[in-house]
Design a binder for this molecule. Structure first.
Ligand SMILES: *[C@@H]1O[C@H](CO)[C@@H](O)[C@H](O)[C@H]1NC(C)=O
Length: 472
C-alpha cells in the first residue's frame, strides 16, 4: 500500500526518468519564436527571428528573420534570401518590401498575397555584420569587410542556424538573392561545396541569382555595368550624342573603376555629368518606368518637384519600412536590438565594404557550381537600368557556350495567367535565364505575381508556363 505522498514521489521519479531517457530538451528555436508582430494580421504559419553568433571572441552576431511556409512547412524546401548593396538589409528590402509575407503600411502590416512562403520556408539574413540589426561588438571589423569575410560569416551562420532548427538540416536548400548578392550567393555556395567534400553538411539544391537590386554589379563587372549605356539610350533616357561618348570616350565600368580608386579623369567626370543631367534624378534607375517616392527624393534634395502619387504600387515602401522597423515594440517583438548604431537603416551607415571587390568576376564560380551539379537560375527584371537584362543574358549565354551546354529550352515567352510574364532560355537543363516583364531591380516588389510563378517553377524544377492559363 502506498500513501498518496509516496505515489506523488514515485510519479515524479518516473517523470524525471522519462524526460531524461528520451532526452527531452527545450526546443532551441523557442526563444526566437515571434508571438505576433505589431499590427500583424492573424496567420497560420510560424515566424522566428533573432541572432546567431558567428564570432564569440569579437562578439559578432547576425540577425535573421525566418518565416515558415504557409502550408505544410515540413514538405517544403528551405530558401535563404540575401540582398545586396553591399550593405543593404534582407529584412527591410527582401522580407518587408519584396517577397515576405507582410508589407508595412502606416501602423499596420498588410498581407502580401504573393509571398514566397507560399512555396518555401524563407530565411532572410542581414549580412555582413553592420547591416540592419546585425552587429560586431568590435567595431574595427567594419573597416575593410570584403566578399571573403562575408562568405565565411554566412557559412558559420548557416551551420549554427541548423543547430537551432535541426529539423531543417536535411531539407532541400536553395540560396537566393539579388544585385550584389550575385557575389554573396555563388561565393557562399562555393564554400559549402568545399565543406561538403569533407563532410556532408549541406543539402544544396540550387541557386537563384537575381541580378536585380540596389545598384552595383553582379556576375561580371564590365559586362554588367557597360550594358547600362545601351539601356539608357534605348529607353530614351539619354540622347544619341551622349550615347556615343558614353560608349567611346568613357564607358561606365571605366568611370566606376576610376571613381573607387580616387583617380577620376576629367573626361570621365565630364561624360558622367552629361549622362546624369540627361537621365535626371527624378527617374528611378532601378525601374525606369516607375515613379519615384517624393519623400525619399526630398530626403536627398531640397528641390521641389510635385509629382502625382501612383495608385497601385506603393513606391514609398522604403520609408514605411524604416519607420516600422524603428519602432521599439517592433524591435522587441523581433528580439532585435540596436548595437553601435542609433537607428535601423535600409543600407548600413557603419560598414566600410571593400568596394573594389565588385570587380571580382563571380560568373566563373557559377560555372564551377554547375559542374558540381547545382542548377542555377539568373533572372532579370526588364525595367532595371542598374543591372540590365542584356548584360546578364550575355553572361549566361557565354557561360553556356564555354561549358558546352546546349539549349534545352529555346528563347521563348512564358506566361503568368493570360499575359506574357517574360522570356526564358534554358541550357543543358541546368542553367536558366529568365526575364520578368515590367519588373524593376527588385522584381518581387514591382511584379509580385510573375515573380512567384518564376520562383515556383524553379523550385519544382518544371518549365515556366508555355501557354495561356485561365481560359474561360
Ligand atoms: C570600357 O572602357 C575600357 C577602358 O577604356 C575598355 O578597356 C573596354 O573595352 C570598354 N568596354 C566597352 C564595352 O566599351
Amino acid at each position: 500500500m502506498h500513501s498518496p505522498a509516496w505515489e506523488a514521489l514515485i510519479m515524479a521519479a518516473i517523470l524525471v526518468q522519462v524526460c531524461s531517457s528520451r532526452g527531452l530538451r527545450p526546443n532551441p528555436a523557442l526563444p526566437d519564436r515571434i508571438t505576433k508582430l505589431p499590427g500583424q494580421p492573424q496567420v497560420s504559419f510560424q515566424q522566428f527571428s533573432g541572432y546567431i553568433t558567428v564570432d564569440e571572441l569579437r562578439k559578432r552576431a547576425l540577425f535573421y528573420y525566418f518565416v515558415e511556409a504557409e502550408m505544410d512547412p515540413s514538405s517544403k524546401p528551405l530558401v535563404l534570401w540575401l540582398n545586396g548593396g553591399p550593405g543593404c538589409s534582407s529584412l527591410g528590402v527582401g522580407a518587408f518590401s519584396e517577397n515576405g509575407p507582410f508589407r508595412p503600411s502606416g501602423q499596420v502590416l498588410v498581407r502580401n498575397e504573393y509571398s514566397w512562403n507560399k512555396e518555401a520556408n524563407m530565411l532572410y539574413l542581414e549580412a555582413p555584420a553592420g547591416v540592419g540589426f546585425s552587429y560586431s561588438g568590435d567595431s574595427s571589423f567594419y573597416d575593410g569587410v570584403n566578399d571573403r569575410k562575408t562568405a565565411w560569416d554566412n557559412l558559420v551562420f548557416l551551420q549554427r542556424w541548423f543547430n537551432k532548427f535541426p529539423g531543417y538540416k536535411n531539407r532541400g536548400l536553395y540560396i537566393t538573392g539579388e544585385s550584389y548578392a550575385g557575389h554573396y550567393v555563388p561565393q557562399l555556395a562555393q564554400l559549402m561545396v568545399e565543406f561538403n567534400k569533407k563532410a556532408k553538411i549541406f543539402n544544396l539544391k540550387g541557386i537563384a541569382v537575381s541580378v536585380l537590386t540596389m545598384g552595383n554589379p553582379v556576375l561580371e563587372f564590365a559586362t554588367d555595368f557597360n550594358s547600362r549605356a545601351e539601356f539608357f539610350w534605348s529607353h530614351g533616357l539619354i540622347s544619341d550624342s551622349t550615347y556615343r561618348i558614353f560608349t567611346s570616350a568613357c564607358n561606365y565600368s571605366r568611370y566606376v573603376s576610376e571613381y573607387y580608386r580616387g583617380s577620376l579623369s576629367a573626361v570621365c567626370a565630364r561624360v558622367m555629368s552629361q549622362v546624369t543631367r540627361e537621365t535626371s534624378r527624378f527617374v528611378d534607375k532601378y525601374d525606369v518606368t516607375l515613379d519615384v517616392c517624393i519623400s525619399s527624393v526630398l530626403s536627398q534634395s531640397l528641390v521641389l518637384s510635385p509629382q502625382q502619387v501612383p495608385e497601385n504600387i506603393d513606391v514609398c515602401i522604403e520609408d514605411e519600412t524604416v519607420s516600422y522597423l524603428n519602432r521599439k515594440d517592433v524591435q522587441d517583438a523581433l528580439h532585435a536590438r540596436l548595437t553601435g548604431v542609433t537607428k535601423w537603416t535600409v543600407c548600413s551607415s557603419v560598414l566600410q565594404y571593400e568596394l573594389l571587390n565588385l570587380e571580382i568576376p563571380t560568373i566563373t564560380l557559377v560555372g564551377s557550381l554547375l559542374k558540381a551539379g547545382i542548377p542555377v537560375l539568373v533572372y532579370s527584371g526588364d525595367q532595371d537600368s542598374v543591372i540590365p537584362l542584356t548584360g546578364s543574358r550575355t553572361l549566361v549565354q557565354k557561360l553556356a557556350n564555354e561549358m558546352g551546354l546546349k539549349t534545352t529550352v529555346p528563347y521563348r515567352v512564358w506566361f503568368e495567367g493570360k499575359q506574357v510574364g517574360g522570356w526564358t532560355q534554358v541550357y543543358g537543363e541546368m542553367l536558366s535565364f529568365a526575364t520578368i516583364r515590367g519588373a524593376s531591380h527588385e522584381a518581387p516588389f514591382s511584379q509580385p505575381e510573375r515573380s512567384l510563378v518564376l520562383f515556383r517553377s524553379f523550385l519544382q524544377g518544371i518549365p515556366l508556363p508555355e501557354t495561356f492559363s485561365g481560359f474561360p
